[in-house]
Design a protein around this ligand. Structure first.
Ligand code: ATP
Ligand code: MG
Length: 367
């Protein structure tokens, strides 16, 4: 039988900047998490410390959002009996690793990170963002590497961060574990490296565009359909999309937002119908935007119905307690793995003076 210890690992997660998750999360990452939950030893992290990069003055919101996201995970079907839910603020090894990893990444490289640049622009952070904002990119390397995962299911916007994480792992293994410069990434652990060089796994839709038709769908940009939006809200949000097309007989842009959504939400269950809509739309073959939006509404609502029902139950009287108990249940197991990583990282860096020996905390080495 394959035990968790022998399965390859996944680490991925979400930042609690909103009370729930949206369709972009679903097609970009959640679908993969659901699909891979049995094959991998999965760690799903809520980056609640990183939520303070933009919500430092709203701690109650960050807490409520954290509970909301756990409810959405449960509603979607992530299973805390099979996977470990990890609350970032309860894992001290992540903070320590962040500082150690910060020595391995050139400052200018962090500031040139395209994901950070886009976020600064689209979230209107201007010049006044805190030092912790760019720091979160380094912190994310620690979130990931603390769990020494093989795979990180993410949307396209996170690829620059995963690249940075891979660089940190490569450099750490070379600098402190004696791995040669020519060793291929996949052979690093065989060559004595502490860290696997994790790979990004981008979802079925790498970047779901938001309702504004320009930016990626995002919790923070007011352009999202949330998984818990009711059926009417979903349809209303879809109806507000503008494409500039005037009539059902005008040839439509086959790459516009509506056609992207047709691929994402009709194409998944019925590729032939999606292709038909696409063909008629591009040809101006008597198919109006209103009709497409109505069909999309049905498809999205079919997808969301079961999730919404489960989320509604969790928004009932015992829901917060359930979410909190799931969060608490993950803490020990997550710390066992992260503490072991930190211990071994400190050993490799000649920082092992024994103050936090693993055995004293009841954690066992995985190897
Ligand atoms: P925020 O606006 O606060 O940054 P977000 O909507 O970008 O929130 P995150 O918590 O930053 O959500 O991202 C969680 C995961 O979902 C990441 O793996 C990210 O790549 C993925 N993701 C987020 N938005 C999309 C999208 N529109 N399309 C595909 N994947 C997405
Ligand atoms: Mg984001």
């Amino acid at each position: 039988m394959t035990t968790a210890a022998h399965k390859p690992r996944i680490l991925t997660g979400d930042t609690p900047t909103h009370t729930g998750l949206h369709l972009g999360h679903y097609v970009g990452s959640l679908e993969n998490r659901l699909r891979l939950q049995d094959q991998y030893d999965c760690y799903f992290l809520i980056a609640n410390v990183h939520a303070f990069t933009t919500l430092a003055d709203k701690p109650a919101d960050v807490r409520a959002n954290t509970i909301g996201i756990v409810k959405d995970w449960l509603a979607v079907g992530l299973d805390p009996d099979r996977s470990t839910f990890v609350l970032q603020s309860e894992i001290p090894a992540i903070a320590e690793l962040t500082f150690l990893f910060a020595m391995l990444i050139p400052f200018n490289k962090v500031m040139r990170n395209p994901t950070l640049k886009t976020e600064i622009e689209t979230k209107g952070l201007g010049e006044s963002y805190p030092f912790g904002f760019p720091m979160y990119a380094v912190g994310q390397c620690a979130d990931i590497l603390a769990f020494r995962p093989d795979l990180v299911p993410v949307g396209e916007d996170q690829q620059a961060h995963i690249e940075m994480c891979r660089d940190v792992a490569l450099k750490f293994n070379q600098m402190y574990c004696g791995v040669g410069n020519r060793v291929e990434p996949q052979d690093h652990q065989k060559a004595g490296g502490l860290f696997p060089i994790p790979q990004a796994k981008v979802g079925r839709v790498a970047r779901l565009v938001g309702l504004d038709g320009v930016n990626k769908m995002s919790k923070s940009l007011n352009n999202a359909i949330f998984l818990y939006d009711d059926a009417k809200t979903v349809q209303k949000k879809l109806n507000r999309i503008t494409t500039g097309r005037q009539s059902p007989t005008e040839p439509g842009n086959p790459d516009n937002i509506l056609m992207q959504y047709v691929d994402a939400f009709i194409g998944a269950a019925d590729p032939a119908r999606a292709a038909e809509i696409r063909r008629r739309y591009a040809a101006g073959d008597n198919i109006g935007d209103g009709h497409v939006k109505a069909e999309l509404g049905e498809a999205v609502n079919r997808l969301l119905d079961p999730m919404r029902a489960r989320r509604a139950e969790l928004d009932g009287p015992r829901g917060d307690d359930i979410a909190l108990s799931v969060i608490r249940a993950g803490i020990h197991k997550a710390n066992a793995v992260a503490e072991e990583t930190l211990y071994r990282a400190k050993q490799a860096m000649k920082l092992d003076f024994g103050a936090r020996a693993l055995a004293s905390q009841g954690y066992q080495s995985r190897d």
